[in-house]
Design a protein around this ligand. Structure first.
Ligand code: S5P
Length: 267
């Protein structure tokens, strides 16, 4: 088994240089949760209500801020206040994918000014390493952290094989800023043991559905945490689409946490 997957989250914190990565690892053990909610709603009232109601059960609140139809500049402050109240990190799932110079402006400026309020964001490695450099110049002074999309949950994804391998190598060269991946399994360089620790945040999680009509593919919390040795389950419709989202979040949190306990207790 991966040498890192056997360890507790907080024991792994020492191997991380990015402050957001360290904070997340410690927070998960303190709060006993490896659940992230994908809050894909289009109204700010609903978004903030979700952050307040589900906040106690999650480690990361994942947003797509550009799908809000009534966004205004009070939203980031309100989200930050809830992050402090409930002790979670905010992850704007922006999926940057342009040249370094452009993503720098997209991250710092525009209507959303993502870097000013989101602890975590993510990027596709497709443009090459300049995308990390550009985002880093904005994010590192603010102590932010970046995730690279190494693999995707959707059917037919091109992010696989050598693409994922090169993504891992890019992350290794930028550990000050990149603390993990969006991915479906832990990665090691081909033919080698895992030699550096990263956090793996994994979407495509549902205990009820195998997928949706647009190519999403789901696995269970056990498959993600126990079999694939990922660290955080990201759940969207499986929670906010339920009749009682709080009860569902409690269920997913327990499933994710029990799988983690089993994994760390395995000899
Ligand atoms: O590979 C991916 C990467 C991401 S970040 N597959 C995904 O589904 N996501 C995101 O996770 C997606 O943008 C959405 O916000 C969430 C999954 O939502 P669900 O409703 O299918 O659980």
């Amino acid at each position: 088994m991966s040498p890192y997957a056997k360890q507790t989250y907080s024991a792994r914190a020492g191997g991380f240089s990015n402050p957001t990565g360290v904070q997340l690892l410690r927070l998960m053990d303190e709060k006993k949760t490896n659940l992230s909610i994908a809050a894909d709603v289009t109204s700010k009232v609903e978004l903030l209500k979700m952050a307040d109601q589900l906040g106690p059960y999650i480690c990361v609140f994942k947003t797509h801020i550009d799908i809000l139809s009534d966004y205004d500049e009070t939203v980031p402050g309100a989200l930050q206040a809830l992050a402090e109240k409930h002790h979670f990190l905010i992850f704007e799932d922006r999926k940057f994918a342009d040249i370094g110079s452009t993503v720098k402006s997209q991250y710092a400026s525009g209507i959303y000014k993502i870097a000013s309020w989101s602890h975590i964001t993510n990027a596709h490695p497709i443009p090459g390493e300049g995308i990390i450099q550009g985002l880093k110049e904005v994010g590192l002074p603010l102590k932010r952290g970046l995730l690279l999309l190494a693999e995707m949950s959707s059917k037919g994804t091109l992010a696989k094989g050598e693409y994922s391998q090169e993504t891992l190598r890019m992350a290794k060269r930028n550990k000050d800023f990149v603390f993990g991946f969006i991915g479906q399994r832990r990665l090691a360089e081909e033919g080698a043991e895992e030699d550096e620790d990263f956090l793996y945040l994994t979407p495509g999680v549902s205990m009820a559905q195998p997928g949706d009509s647009l190519g999403q593919q789901y696995r269970s919390p056990e498959q993600v945490i126990l079999e694939s040795k990922c660290d955080v389950i990201i759940v969207g419709r499986g929670i906010y689409g339920a009749a009682d989202p709080v009860a569902k979040a409690i269920e997913y949190r327990a499933a994710g946490w029990n799988a983690y306990l089993k994994r760390t207790q395995q000899a």
